[in-house]
Design a protein around this ligand. Structure first.
Ligand code: HEC
Length: 137
């Protein structure tokens, strides 16, 4: 008998599959019960229950800088102007806040849009830019 290549592969896959997949004990329901995340109450749920609107706390400029921007600006990654480097920031600051916000929102050179903080509001990003500029005065 001449086995085709695909038959051999198929047979190998089927037998491997049958031996290699160790099924966890229990029914599907028991398994999903075990895998359920611990604790289901979140701030969003609580707000929905009471009908209250819970505003997301905005990050300060320093927090945005620390969590996102410092990844590059603390070390000059990709040629980014260094934090608190007055000489590096002076010509940038001279462009004015509006121009810097355009670069920050859209990205510039090796800097990605929003400096990677996709969840940041424009205000949070503006606070981060202000924080950076203040440090370089
Ligand atoms: C992945 C690295 C990276 C991250 C993260 C990053 N930057 Fe940048 N940033 C750069 C680089 C590189 C430049 C210089 C780009 C150029 O002029 O070619 C730059 C330049 C800037 C400038 C000057 C823009 C201009 O028009 O001259 C501002 C303002 C700035 N970044 C703000 C931020 C803020 C605010 C964050 C965080 C929310 C951030 N950056 C995060 C790499 C980064």
């Amino acid at each position: 008998m001449r086995l085709s290549f695909s038959t051999v592969i198929l047979t190998a896959l089927v037998s491997f599959g049958l031996t290699a997949v160790a099924l966890p004990p229990g029914t599907d329901d028991e398994i999903s019960e075990r895998l359920k995340p611990y604790g289901t109450l979140s701030r969003v749920d609580a707000a929905a229950d009471t009908g209250e609107v819970v505003a997301k706390m905005p990050l300060t400029g320093e927090e945005v800088y620390g969590q996102y921007c410092s990844v590059c600006h603390a070390n000059g990654v990709g040629g980014s102007p260094l934090f608190a480097d007055t000489d590096a920031w002076a010509p940038r600051a001279a462009k004015g806040m509006d121009a810097l916000m355009v670069s920050t929102l859209n990205g510039i050179g090796a800097m990605p849009a929003k400096g990677t903080c996709m969840s940041c509001s424009d205000d949070e990003l503006a606070d981060a830019v202000t924080y950076i500029l203040d440090a370089a005065r």
